[in-house]
Design a protein around this ligand. Structure first.
Ligand code: TIU
Length: 224
């Protein structure tokens, strides 16, 4: 497989598609639709919806390659046994994790609101990992799965930029993965966090990884 290059910050990102996974983090109704976890925390979910169209293009183009695709979902068991009280009791949300909401119990596995949005539904052969924390590597077996598949690089997308995306990129970086974050395919409820969250990844010579718009990634796939 040829080595592909993406024009990125702080310098070109190169990857071998056979050793790269596309990661879609928490593109769940609970974060991007009204009546879910994100809204109960006081957020305007409409900002996150800007991610859906470019991410659909990225997903479609990636499905035409041999690359691995991994979707994650943040959420908890119905009995909340995997939800630490520190997470359950944090802040003053309008509804807490596990409370009944308009799309089912908030952030609970198996509920409609917890599931991935229709626009980005997984297809056969794609991995769907449930995660109880913000990072995709915590208590999911993701590292072992990626190692088994020979994955060395991650194309990172999803929500939210400064929370689950950042936590995951930091976890991945410490485990030896090269991460390219697609700037228009990650979203935040806070425009300033989006801007600074992305800058923090590529600063200092790429302290956590690389950042590029999806157009650069899509162009690189034309080399296949
Ligand atoms: N609240 C917020 O910005 N994010 C989360 O709680 N989880 C994820 O980022 N997925």
């Amino acid at each position: 497989m040829p080595e592909l290059f993406v024009d990125a910050e702080p310098y070109a990102f190169n990857f071998d598609p056979d050793h790269t996974a596309l990661l879609l983090i928490d593109m769940q109704r609970d974060f991007v639709e009204p009546g879910g976890f994100g809204e109960t925390l006081g957020n305007d979910v409409s900002l996150l919806r800007q991610v859906i169209a470019p991410l659909r293009e990225v997903l479609t183009a990636t499905r035409a390659t041999t690359m691995t695709v991994v979707h994650t979902r943040e959420g908890h068991l119905p009995d909340l046994s995997d939800c630490p009280p520190a997470k359950l009791n944090r802040g003053a949300p309008s509804l807490r994790i596990g409370d009944p909401g308009p799309k089912g119990r908030i952030l609970i596995r198996g509920e409609y609101g917890h599931d991935l949005i229709d626009e980005l539904s997984p297809i056969d052969g794609e991995l769907v990992l449930d995660k109880p924390g913000k990072g995709a590597f915590y208590a999911t077996g993701l590292h072992e799965t990626l190692q088994d598949l020979g994955i060395r690089s991650l194309i990172v997308t999803g929500v939210t930029t400064e929370v689950c995306v950042h936590t995951t990129v930091r976890e991945a970086n410490d485990r030896g993965y090269e991460c390219l974050v697609l700037s228009d395919c990650v979203g935040s409820y806070f425009p300033e966090f989006q801007e600074h969250g992305l800058a923090m990844i590529s600063a200092q010579g790429g302290i956590f990884g690389w950042v590029a718009p999806s157009a650069g990634y899509l162009k690189s796939l034309e080399g296949l």
